[in-house]
Design a protein around this ligand. Structure first.
Ligand code: NDP
Ligand code: 8X3
Length: 252
């Protein structure tokens, strides 16, 4: 029987590439995000290219009610989820603590932290019922080291790191594996979102770098998800070879 993977933030970047790699390996896929048209497009692509079942769920992870309602209303045949990839997230702004927009902070915390908590709790009963499952949380190198003007984005990803560690301990008794993936700079829509559509600023992040691609991260996630059942990668920090920390880059 095909395994089921539930992916948050599948309309772009890492999440979209995860959907592709799992579908190409005959998993049943649940794709989620706020942009309905993108979800529908991706569903068609996966169904047509890989002949797999795809369920598309459109919701905002910040909205606790929407998250629980949507997940509770899934048909029973979709509820036996094997893998949850908590990937939806964003950074908004790269400003000093004293001038950053408070609304940006709120959105980052509500999305990167609360959203991950809501989705995880809403799905946990299905994992617990079967005494198995794998939760893969996408953190960041920004959740390992803070950097200038990274403030609350870093805080949200430090929280993902702590939550992943806590989940691993508390869910041990249910046979649920928890893996945290912490990427460095990767070229997706991330910087366009962070800099609110300012293409020049967004592109400058990747200047002189062969940055990670969404596929690099999806391949890594797929690897961690397909190891023998008794093996659990706890966490991985992954950068391109031109990055050594949040501060040290060798740009050419
Ligand atoms: P993208 O901007 O390309 O993708 C982000 C995804 O998150 C989109 O599918 C978006 O969907 C979804 N998302 C954002 N907010 C919400 C929300 N409120 N509700 C539901 N879905 C939401 O960025 P990446 O693929 O790069 O980012 C994926 C994750 O990786 C994030 O958690 C990010 O912090 C992390 N990360 C990224 C790095 C990078 O350099 N790119 C490095 C380290 C970590 P939609 O807008 O349709 O809702
Ligand atoms: C994204 C990587 O270094 O821009 O999480 O914060 S960084």
């Amino acid at each position: 029987m095909s395994k089921i993977v539930f992916i948050t933030g599948a309309t772009s970047g890492f999440g979209k590439e995860c959907a592709r790699i799992f579908a190409s390996n005959q998993y049943k896929i649940i794709i989620t995000g706020r942009r309905k048209e993108r979800l529908e497009e991706l569903k068609k692509e996966l169904e047509s290219n890989y002949k797999v079942d795809v369920l598309s769920l459109c919701f905002d992870v910040q909205n606790k009610f929407e998250v629980f309602e949507t997940i509770n209303q899934m048909a029973d045949n979709w509820k036996a989820i094997d893998i949850l990839i908590n990937n939806a997230g964003l950074s908004l702004g790269r400003d000093s603590f004293d001038t950053a927009e408070i609304e940006d902070w709120e959105t980052m915390m509500q999305t990167n932290v609360n959203g991950l908590l809501y989705v995880s709790r809403a799905l946990l009963p299905h994992f617990i019922a079967t005494n198995k499952g794998h939760i893969i949380n996408v953190g960041s190198i920004a959740g390992k080291e803070v950097y200038e003007n990274g403030n609350i984005y870093c805080a949200s990803k430090f929280a993902v790191d702590a939550i992943s560690k806590s989940m691993r301990i508390d869910l041990l008794k249910y046979g649920i594996k928890v893996t945290a993936i912490h990427p460095g700079a990767a070229e997706t829509e991330f910087s366009m979102v962070r800099f609110k559509g300012d293409e020049e600023k967004a592109n400058s992040i990747y200047q002189g770098l062969k940055a990670l691609s969404a596929k690099d991260i999806a391949d890594t996630i797929y690897y961690t998800a397909t190891l023998p059942d008794h093996v659990c990668i706890n966490e991985l920090v992954i950068t391109c070879k031109q990055q050594a920390s949040t501060f040290h880059y060798h740009r050419i």
